[in-house]
Design a protein around this ligand. Structure first.
Ligand code: PLP
Length: 462
């Protein structure tokens, strides 16, 4: 199994190489050269299996020779052992034919744990075998950072630096990043917004001196191994609702397009998905684009669903790559235009995108109103991201196709917004109820490539 870049200029890599590399050297993102297929019988056989077994069957064909069967089974077992729910990704009914896929039972209470816990174990096995070490730098709008720190804390071959936008993450999110005690994980509070953090991360990857000097590795949602881990719960959810014999639709609260792109991969693999609904908050560049208005960036406006406060949605490049018939040159050209402010999507590509994706947007008021209404209707307390999803899902629901909305975080991660909407204070699960008493450790730092690189070099030299 080979991996190719969306911009067509970087060398082909194995799964393990693509995972350790992150961003391709031509600035593109790695995708599998071919997407493995699952037959209707393969999918039917998933029904009723433990999450870990489905994970193994869905992901194994993507790995090629990078890991042995037994290594990979053990990796999966370790990755999900720390989850607080035996089903890992339980499905709950909200109303007739509308279901909530709870993805917040991992160690940091957001769906990012599914990918990050797996990637932590994959890195450890791969690096130990190579006798190598890496520096992981990540940019986070809130949830990726803590998930990465939890996943890599205490591993010997890895240093982790997480950049987050100072003052723009929730208190729970910040504390989850600033309270881990392991010496190899570091929180960097950058004076900028999430797009700045993401841009500096890209700059570091494009600074080959720095990149090679510190052995830079990325675990942001550009890493294909993360996308792959997220493909699994599309299969478990669809199989429990009757796939392959019945189609299902998914609504995904979307920021960087990583989670919903995993749904696209699931569909390409053969899972009968009717619609993939992209749900955005007021930062609605994806909704505008999928509505035919082109992909033009604006200002990021902070919202009550901060993990979706994004203008440049990195994984969308992967969707464009397929929509443009895997034409790396065309994608590279679009990404150049993006630097100048944006681009229009060609008619043919728009048509292909529309075959799979539809979209909607929820305003701040609609998000709060949905939290309140859903609590009254079903007793389910949604986090603001899940609420954006539920609101948009309700607009796209069809009578004869089950709709599954992804609940991407636990309500206790965003207590202020949830309490404002519902008058209910969502309690933290017992295993992290002392979060507010733990002491914090962070470095406030300028939104400046040189300053950031110096800091990282000095810290790992210590
Ligand atoms: C990261 C995140 C999202 C957005 O997911 P993408 O893969 O970036 O589209 C939505 N909700 C929550 C809670 C998140 O942490």
């Amino acid at each position: 199994m080979k991996y190719i870049s969306t911009r067509g200029q970087a060398p082909e890599l194995t799964f393990e190489e693509a995972m350790l590399t992150g961003l391709a050297r031509d600035g593109g993102l790695y995708v599998p050269a071919e997407i493995p297929l699952m037959s209707a019988d393969d999918i039917a056989a998933l029904s009723g299996l433990p999450y870990e077994e489905v994970a193994y069957r869905v992901m194994r064909p993507f790995l090629g020779d990078s890991f042995t069967d037994q290594e990979f089974r053990d990796i999966i077992a370790r990755a999900y052992a720390g989850f607080g729910h035996v089903a890992r990704a339980p499905l709950k009914q909200l109303e007739p034919n509308h279901f909530l896929l709870e993805l917040f039972h991992g160690p940091t209470l957001a769906f990012k744990d599914f990918a990050m816990q797996l990637i932590g174990q994959l890195f450890e096995v791969a690096l130990k075998r190579r006798g190598d070490s890496v520096t992981i730098v990540g940019a986070t709008s809130g949830d990726t950072g803590s998930a990465a720190m939890e996943a890599f804390a205490g591993l010997e071959a890895v240093n982790v630096f997480i950049m987050y936008p100072h003052g723009r993450v929730s208190e729970v999110q910040r504390r989850q990043m600033t309270t881990p005690t392991a010496a190899n994980v570091h929180a960097l509070a950058v004076d900028g917004d999430f797009d700045d953090c993401q841009a500096r991360l890209k700059d570091m990857f494009n600074d080959f001196d720095f990149r090679d000097g510190v052995k830079l590795a990325g675990v942001n949602s550009i890493n294909f191994a993360r996308v792959l881990a997220q493909v699994v719960y599309y299969f478990t959810a669809a199989a429990s609702l009757g796939a392959p014999y019945r189609k299902v639709s998914f609504t995904v609260p979307t920021g960087n397009f990583g989670d919903i792109f995993a749904g696209f991969i699931a569909k390409q693999m053969g899972l009968p998905i009717d619609q993939l609904v992209v749900a955005t908050n007021q930062n609605d560049i994806l909704h505008r684009c999928l509505s035919g208005k082109g992909y033009y960036t604006g200002e990021t406006i902070p919202s009550i669903s901060p993990s979706m406060d994004i203008q440049v949605s990195s994984n969308f490049e992967r969707a464009l790559f397929y929509a443009y018939g895997q034409d790396g040159k065309a994608v590279a050209q679009l990404m150049d235009e993006l630097k100048e402010g944006g681009f229009d999507v060609s008619q043919g590509a728009m048509q292909l995108l529309a075959d799979t994706f539809v979209s909607g947007r929820a305003s701040e008021e609609e998000t709060l109103a949905t939290i309140k209404a859903e609590y009254a209707a079903s007793g389910e307390l949604l986090c603001p991201h899940g609420a954006v999803g539920v609101k948009v899902a309700q607009e796209h629901r069809k009578a004869d196709v089950p709709m599954i909305t992804l609940a991407t975080a636990h309500p206790a991660k965003f207590p202020a917004a949830v309490e404002k909407a519902s008058d209910v204070h969502p309690p933290l699960p017992t295993r992290m109820s002392d979060l507010y008493e733990r002491s914090e450790r962070l470095t406030r730092i300028a939104n400046d490539l040189g300053v950031l690189e110096d800091h990282i070099r000095k810290t790992i030299a210590q």
